[in-house]
Design a binder for this molecule. Structure first.
Ligand SMILES: Cc1cc2nc3c(=O)[nH]c(=O)nc-3n(C[C@H](O)[C@H](O)[C@H](O)COP(=O)(O)OP(=O)(O)OC[C@H]3O[C@@H](n4cnc5c(N)ncnc54)[C@H](O)[C@@H]3O)c2cc1C
Length: 361
């Protein structure tokens, strides 16, 4: 059995000699599985996705209740170039599947009652907003953003599309020059430039999306600020689920079979090689198995042959869960922007309760 990935996707193969036309089962139908299914079907594999829920989409699926439709996961469509690049790998465009609006404001942040900052849809206006709150911060933001842009290009070109198998993948002449930014933190680099507490919070919050505190996140990750301020916040017409539907359509066009309401409960192996998976009492033979479900969960489906022990997992910090309320209104609320963030409690204390004390207080 071969397990080759450090992220949530485990790749287990019967043979190290991968050949076309082989039966490939994918556990789960989230974004990662849908994307992988397209590439593998294009390469000639006979791909079947087994998804435990009634629809694909995973953390980005929909909730339909009492006439309301909610996107239950993502709402920030950032880095549109990445989606464009994905569809172009199949000779398609994003607009073949869904259309996008650039949000203006991208979002609005509340710091207290009647105390909010709107982030515009273009960098020039964002700079003016900064300048109006802290004199001289516009030019400093420009400098910060120049560095962030460079990091974004390095991240996309040298890092993001690497398979994540070994640390040496990310060591290139360009990344080596940026080594210092892996020791400094986002918090440090923002605070060295910007004084106003509200502006600092606006620049520090995007890394929370990565599941870490700004004080623990390397300064290199300021490319998230570039994605935010320069590339903009977009919204697919019809909601984020349109993206899932777009990827699902493409996958089906490429011949991927999708079986929903099928929770895989066992990965069957013989002589250390995967032979099939079981879901709802049905056995699906496979030559290759790919899992888009969480790494630890996937390992629990294996009978022995686990790559990591429970002791290993016990020491890991998982990204935190959140308690979400989906509230529907039958009228438009005037004072709310598309994204409204409330930083009305102490931002740092809040991050400490999530990441350090792990409490709800
Ligand atoms: C509340 C929230 C807000 C977010 N906001 C944003 C945002 O604004 N912008 C952004 O870019 N990202 C956002 N994210 C992150 C983004 O949604 C996820 O990174 C992404 O959806 C993960 O996709 P995935 O395919 O890796 O995993 P998942 O979506 O978790 O897919 C795994 C799939 O496997 C299925 N599965 C699991 N076990 C089994 C089994 N045994 N058998 C069969 N199927 C199984 C699951 O049902 C699921 O469909 C947000 C996430 C959440 C939860």
């Amino acid at each position: 059995m071969r397990v080759c990935s450090e992220n949530s996707t485990i790749f287990v193969s019967k043979s190290t000699n991968i050949q076309m036309g082989k039966k490939l089962v994918i556990i789960g139908g989230g974004f990662s599985s849908l994307a992988a299914s397209c590439y593998l079907a294009k390469d000639g594999f006979d791909v079947t996705i087994l998804e435990k829920n009634t629809t694909v989409g995973g953390r980005a699926r929909q909730l339909k209740r009492d006439g309301f439709i909610f996107d239950i996961g993502p709402s920030f469509y950032w880095m549109p170039d990445v989606f464009e690049s994905f569809f172009s790998d199949f000779g398609k465009k994003v607009s073949d599947y869904y259309s996008l609006d650039k949000l203006n404001p991208a979002y609005e942040v509340y710091f207290g009652k009647d105390d909010s900052v709107k982030i515009a849809d273009n960098f020039q206006d964002i700079k003016s907003t900064f300048e109006s709150i802290e004199k001289g911060s516009g030019a400093k933001l420009q400098k910060f953003m120049d560095g962030a842009e460079h990091n974004y290009n390095v991240a996309i070109k040298d890092l993001v599309y690497q398979p994540g198998e070994k640390i040496t993948e990310i060591i290139t002449p360009t990344t080596a020059k940026k080594i210092g930014q892996f020791f400094g933190t986002i918090k440090g680099s923002v605070r060295a430039k910007i004084k106003h507490p509200n502006l600092r919070k606006i620049l520090e919050f995007p890394v929370l999306f990565l599941g870490a505190k700004p004080s623990n996140t390397p300064a290199f990750y300021n490319f998230m600020n570039y994605a935010d301020f320069k590339l903009g916040t977009w919204h697919p017409k019809g909601g984020m689920y349109s993206v899932v539907e777009g990827m699902e359509s493409l996958a089906k066009e490429l011949g991927v079979k999708m079986i929903t309401d099928s929770a895989v409960d066992k990965i069957n192996a013989s002589d250390g090689l995967v032979t099939s998976v079981s879901a709802n009492g049905t056995e699906y033979d496979c030559d290759l198995l790919l899992s888009g479900a969480d790494y630890h969960h996937t390992e629990t489906l294996l009978n022995g042959n686990k790559q990591y022990s429970e002791k290993y997992w016990d020491k890991k910090t998982f990204a935190p869960s959140a308690l979400l309320f989906f509230v529907g209104f039958d009228k438009k609320l005037d004072k709310l922007s598309h994204h409204t963030l409330f930083f009305d409690t102490d931002f740092e204390k809040h991050a400490e309760t999530i990441y350090d004390t792990k409490s709800m207080a």
